[in-house]
Write a protein that binds this ligand. Structure first.
Ligand code: AMP
Ligand code: GLY
Length: 434
């Protein structure tokens, strides 16, 4: 690959907008094509276009689009195509892909696979049992002293986990999944898991099959409303690095979770190349327990991580895809915070078609990028077109400043029914102040 790389990003959300923009900023990149993309990835922003850089969207089948455009590297955003073998298909057509093979993607695609893998390789997870039929459910529930967490085995777009408040809620959730009513075939095998307490954090690692580099620890905010009220969502906001995860804890996460996983996958004959995202619970005594692996970048975790990487991202992804990751990762000494703006009715029934105003004013706040997710162009206007609409992200020298700038930009954007949380990052700032 030369100095004028052409990269394809596959996906259409806020994560892909953030990846595409950060890749286009890399010195080695001349063009980023996003398949299918969104209104945010239609064109390069003026400051990059002025340097001769091109960004555009294409439709159609991603493998065919990558071959036709003769891209140097494909970067796959979402998990579903990875679990369905997209990296393998791209590889068969001679396209280098940053993203794991179908076999390696089972770390996210099957909770049962993940659990047995973790057991085999000494990665600590919550105690669990697998249930395959309603007749086995009562005996399985009897094995728990407190109501267990119920998890569908397969991919359920982030909705396959029920943290039950009592045994009856766990039973009803399990029966709904086992019958196939809730999630079809993805739910007919279940994992019941001991409920853990502590605080959650996410650690992403760029892996080349043998080696890895870790990115700063992220904290997300899964519930819809302030102070963690309301239903679970795909994520209403993030910040990084989280001061709750210090250097010593990070080293243990790297050694006991990421390192064991990369080595374990290589030993098992399905080396992991791509982004490994570990969802972790840190117990009150500081023990690290794995809740889940994802085989791709998080959304909206990516929106904050992209502002903290100081490396040529295309070079880094290319090296990982080709099994030649040698460099240490250089990071900016900065803080990033993302506030998600969601549509009216999200998460159950997001309304579409509300006109979005104020995008330019929000983008003019210092250090702010407004990443598009559920948006659509409608003539000269941009309208809502999905649940999570925008990821308003600020990078600054301190968390306090990142938070102030992100919320100033949030106030500048207007659409009917706009929902957002006012407390992203607030808890750690209050902890720091007390
Ligand atoms: P997962 O998709 O497995 O990460 O689960 C989604 C969310 O459910 C996690 O981020 C946690 O908030 C919660 N969760 C999952 N497993 C557990 C567990 N064993 N104990 C407590 N909370 C959990
Ligand atoms: N924000 C959580 C995820 O991307 O899975």
């Amino acid at each position: 690959m030369g100095k004028n790389r052409r990269i394809m990003v596959i996906g259409s959300g806020g994560r892909e907008h953030a990846l595409a923009l950060r890749l286009l900023e890399s010195d080695s990149v001349g063009e980023v094509i996003v398949c299918p993309g969104n209104p945010g990835t239609e064109a390069a922003p003026p400051e990059l276009a002025d340097r001769g850089k091109v960004m555009r969207n294409v439709g159609g089948d991603p493998t065919e689009a990558a071959v036709t455009s003769a891209v140097d590297l494909a970067v796959v955003g979402p998990e579903a195509p990875l679990c369905a073998g997209l990296a393998d298909r791209l590889g068969d057509r001679g396209i280098a892909c940053f993203g794991p093979s179908e076999l390696a993607a089972r770390l996210e695609g099957s909770k049962e696979f993940m659990k047995s893998f973790a057991e085999r390789h000494g990665i600590r997870t919550a105690r669990h049992v697998v249930v395959r039929e309603p007749g086995a459910l009562e005996a399985a529930l009897d094995g728990f002293e407190a109501p267990p967490v119920v998890k569908a085995d397969g991919l359920c777009a982030g909705k396959g986990v029920v943290v039950a408040r009592d045994f009856d809620e766990a039973r009803q959730a399990a029966l709904g999944m086992l019958s196939g009513e809730r999630f079809g075939a993805a739910g007919t095998t279940l994992v019941l898991e001991e409920r853990l307490i502590g605080f959650e954090t996410s650690v992403h690692a760029i892996c080349d099959g043998k080696r890895w580099v870790v990115l700063p620890p992220v904290q997300d905010h899964k519930r819809l409303l302030d102070a963690d009220h309301g239903p679970n969502t795909g994520g209403m906001g993030t910040f990084a690095p989280t001061p709750r995860v210090g250097g010593e804890l990070m080293l243990r996460i790297e050694r006991d979770i990421i390192g064991r996983a990369v080595q374990g996958m290589a030993e098992d004959g399905c080396p992991f190349r791509g982004c490994l995202f570990a969802g972790l619970m840190i117990s009150p005594t500081g023990e690290v327990v794995l809740l889940e692996f994802n085989v791709r970048f998080g959304d909206p975790e990516t929106q904050v991580l992209m502002g903290l990487i100081d490396a040529d991202l295309a070079e880094l992804f290319g090296a990982a895809a080709q099994g030649r990751l040698m460099q240490k990762l250089s990071l900016r000494q900065a803080h990033a915070l993302c506030v998600v703006l969601a549509a009216a009715g999200y998460p159950d029934n997001p309304r579409k078609g509300d006109v979005i105003a104020g995008l330019a004013a929000a983008g003019a706040v210092p250090g702010v990028r407004v990443y598009h997710a559920g948006t659509r162009r409608d003539g000269g206007r941009v309208v809502t077109a999905g649940g999570r609409v925008l990821g308003v992200t600020a990078v600054a020298d301190s968390m306090k400043l990142a938070r102030e700038h992100a919320y100033r930009a949030v106030e500048a954007i207007d659409f009917a029914g706009k929902q957002w949380r006012g407390d992203i990052g607030l808890s750690v700032l209050s902890e720091a102040a007390s």
